[in-house]
Design a protein around this ligand. Structure first.
Ligand SMILES: [Fe+2]
Length: 284
């Protein structure tokens, strides 16, 4: 065990995630990994990179926004994840503000999965803290699907047709359906920790978010409230729509953490690799 001056702030992910990891809520680091846990890659998202997508690109702090732990799983489950073609990631994001803007992820879209008409869906679970998830849907300019085509050649990313958001609390599990770009926001002073379950073949697309300097809206703190500030780099941005219910939640198990839920019933998540098997329109 690693304890120290930050003892009180230690967050145990073990009981809610099914794998034995822990961290503090003041640093983006997993403090201890048991020998039976493996991680494929660790990526720090720092200010130099985030400067391209935040409102104030002159900021000097914070230096580090968040850290992603890709493909984190118990060694015992390696074969299971491989067999079902899925990846489990954990992201730890610092709290507080980046200037007047809330801390956030870079944001991305997912590309079409090989041989599928839909882009890769994703399941997000909040392990610690509270998040806003922002979703934006770009205009499709080509409905013709061709094998091997990228979403980037099918959309006008400057034209957003739908922009919506949801508030997620600890324990909430959220399905990001195909076609939506997404950004997670941390509005709290403490850390936000979330995990994600997604096809191991999913490819994230960052270019349009980079080109337009962020998502369609920036979320700032003004007079102790959240305010949506439209990003002027987009040609067309609709009003912000707040949806209270998100019908896709029927696709996931609500009683167990997603990691455990997948391990206990992997076939339940077949749609993450076969999004064409779901009639997404019926859910909307
Ligand atoms: Fe994603």
């Amino acid at each position: 065990m690693i304890y120290g001056e930050k003892e009180k702030m230690i967050v145990y992910l073990k009981t809610i995630n099914g794998i034995k990891v822990q961290c503090t809520d003041t640093e983006n680091k997993l403090l201890q990994l048991n020998n039976d846990i493996s991680i494929h890659k660790i990526l720090d998202r720092n200010l130099e990179e985030m400067k391209h997508v935040i409102l104030n690109n002159q900021l000097l702090y914070p230096k580090l926004f968040y850290t992603e732990y890709f493909h984190i799983l118990k060694n015992d489950h390696k074969d299971l994840f491989k067999e079902h073609g899925l990846r489990h990631d954990i992201t730890i994001m610092s709290g507080n503000l980046a200037g007047i803007e809330f801390m956030k992820t870079y944001g991305h879209y997912h590309d079409l999965l090989n041989s599928k008409r839909n882009t890769a869906p994703e399941v997000i679970e909040i392990l610690y803290g509270q998040a806003l998830i922002l979703l934006q849907k770009p205009k499709m300019v080509s409905s013709k699907y061709a094998l091997g085509q990228s979403l980037e050649s099918m959309c006008d990313f400057s034209h957003i047709e739908e922009f919506t958001y949801f508030k997620l609390n600890k324990g909430d599990v959220f399905v990001i359906p195909p076609g939506y770009g997404h950004i997670l926001i941390n509005q709290k002073p403490g850390a936000l920790i979330f995990s994600s379950l997604i096809s191991s073949r999913a490819k994230s697309l960052y270019k349009s978010i980079f080109d337009f300097r962020g998502g369609a809206y920036y979320i700032i703190k003004k007079n102790a409230k959240q305010v949506f500030v439209q990003n002027p780099n987009y040609k067309n941005v609709p009003k912000v729509k707040k949806q209270r219910k998100w019908a896709y939640s029927n696709l996931v198990d609500k009683k167990d953490p997603i990691y455990l839920s997948f391990v206990n019933d992997p076939k339940r998540y077949h749609w993450l690799n076969d999004p064409d098997s779901i009639n997404w329109e019926n859910f909307a």
